[in-house]
Design a protein around this ligand. Structure first.
Ligand code: FES
Length: 155
């Protein structure tokens, strides 16, 4: 008897089995880093399409339009997210929408290694924490994962 048969025998439904597999941390339940619309296969071969919730996209750092993210201090804006390759050599991603008055004017400043809103001067560190009065509410931060040449930005 395999794990799936055992779970069925003790009364788990298909959805509960899937949840059990996924909360168990099996790699098959994670989505592909390079395809935000990918399907997920469970260990028993069932295929499901994950529910998209929030931001999740991938940038190919080999593509000319993303070259800014291959140089420390470079940044770009995609899908309302400011993505920076910081001067510390890490990736940071925050919303472009400032928490002060909602202007979409947040950029990355390599000279200070921080995020800055040009509307009124709000400042945020690379973790989105406010550094001055206008930035006191912080910024929404996104996760980043680099796999080979693919940078995934997700909430
Ligand atoms: S809207 Fe960004 S500092 Fe005011």
């Amino acid at each position: 008897m395999n794990r799936k048969d055992f779970l069925k025998q003790i009364g788990f439904s298909g959805a509960a089995i899937f949840a059990t597999y996924c909360t168990g941390g099996l790699a098959a339940c994670s989505s592909s880093a390079n395809n935000q619309n990918s399907v997920v296969s469970t260990p028993d071969g069932a295929v499901v399409t994950p529910v998209k919730n929030g931001t999740d996209f991938t940038l190919d750092l080999g593509a000319a339009e993303n070259v800014a993210l291959t140089k420390q201090g470079g940044f770009l804006v995609r899908n309302g997210v400011v993505i920076a390759f910081t001067t510390q050599g890490t990736y940071a991603a925050v919303t472009q929408i400032c928490s002060h008055e909602g202007r979409a004017q947040v950029i990355y400043q390599s000279s200070q290694n921080n995020f800055y809103c040009s509307a009124h001067g709000a400042l945020f560190d690379t973790k989105g924490i406010g550094l001055n009065k206008d930035g006191k509410n912080g910024l929404k931060v996104y996760n980043t994962t680099l796999t080979n040449n693919l940078l995934r930005i997700y909430s």
